[in-house]
Design a protein around this ligand. Structure first.
Ligand code: NAP
Length: 243
């Protein structure tokens, strides 16, 4: 069977790297984007190739819509098509409401909401029936158990509506669009032994952090045959923090 092609933004580490590895293992050629960590992106590309796929690393700032479109176009040019888009690149500044700057709000909206829209729009031009768009959201779009996350939660909530709209726009073409919403997940953004980790663990039903592989498994399901009847949905993978 021909290998399918995926593009994963923010694939140099954390959840994005786990998704890239998982999709490579499931038979995809995988392009990943990164912002700065070229050496780490190159290491993930090597792992994709070791799994038997073709890999591609693309430097692309998520706040720059032109770079997002170019990442899609390069993937299509160099890997020959696009079957799965995973919009994952993200950042998580938090702090007291009075101290959040307009520049931080604009960056969060650009990196999480606008980038996902632009990527989906560009990807849809190339996708055929059977393709999938998966956005990585956050449990904080559903429930915000701690202070300091107002702007981040706002930027991730936009994705709930985005996948519903995409599902309706692209459903007639046989393309699905879904949101995977992680809870606390052990990455550099939110290490399971970090200063906030004990409190975060206490809010979950399972008393545990998610692993990046837990999130990747949900993406793989949505990108694979089993997920073909799921679209416009938000799938929590959050150890029950929103239960
Ligand atoms: P991470 O370990 O900090 O990795 C972030 C990834 O995104 C890296 O590949 C980074 O590239 C890239 N990136 C960050 N800002 C970017 C920008 N402005 N332009 C382009 N690329 C950018 O984070 P993570 O924990 O894997 O998070 C991945 C996604 O899951 C994010 O959307 C995050 O909001 C969401 N999430 C995470 C958690 C959690 O607890 N970890 C929970 C809920 C949701 P470089 O390596 O080049 O910097």
């Amino acid at each position: 069977m021909a290998r399918r092609v995926a593009l994963v933004t923010g694939g140099s580490r954390g959840i994005g790297a786990a998704v890239a590895r998982r999709l490579a293992g499931d038979g995809f050629d995988v392009a990943i984007t990164y912002r700065a960590a070229g050496d780490r992106a190159a290491a993930v590309v090597k792992e994709i190739e070791a799994a038997g796929g073709r890999g591609l690393g693309v430097r692309a700032e998520a706040a720059d819509p032109v770079a997002m479109v170019e990442a899609v176009e390069r993937t299509v040019r160099e890997l020959g098509g696009l079957d799965v888009l995973v919009s994952n690149a993200g950042t998580a500044p938090y702090g007291a409401l009075e101290e959040v700057t307009l520049a931080e709000v604009d960056e969060l909206l650009a990196v999480h909401a606008r980038a996902s829209f632009v990527l989906a729009q560009a990807a849809a031009r190339h996708m055929e029936a059977g393709a999938s768009i998966v956005l990585i959201g956050s449990s904080l779009a559903e429930r915000v158990p701690y202070a300091g996350w107002t702007a981040y939660a706002m930027s991730k909530s936009a994705l709930v509506g985005l996948v519903k709209g995409l599902a309706r726009d692209l459903g007639p073409r046989g393309i699905t669009a879904n949101l995977v919403s992680p809870g606390s997940t052990d990455t550099e953004m939110n290490p399971a032994d970090g200063p906030e980790a004990e409190e975060e663990r206490r809010y979950t039903a399972l008393g545990r952090y998610c692993s990046p592989e837990d999130i990747a498994a949900a993406v793989a399901y949505l990108a694979g045959k089993g997920g073909r009847a799921v679209t416009g949905a938000t799938i929590p993978v959050d150890s029950g923090v929103t239960a």
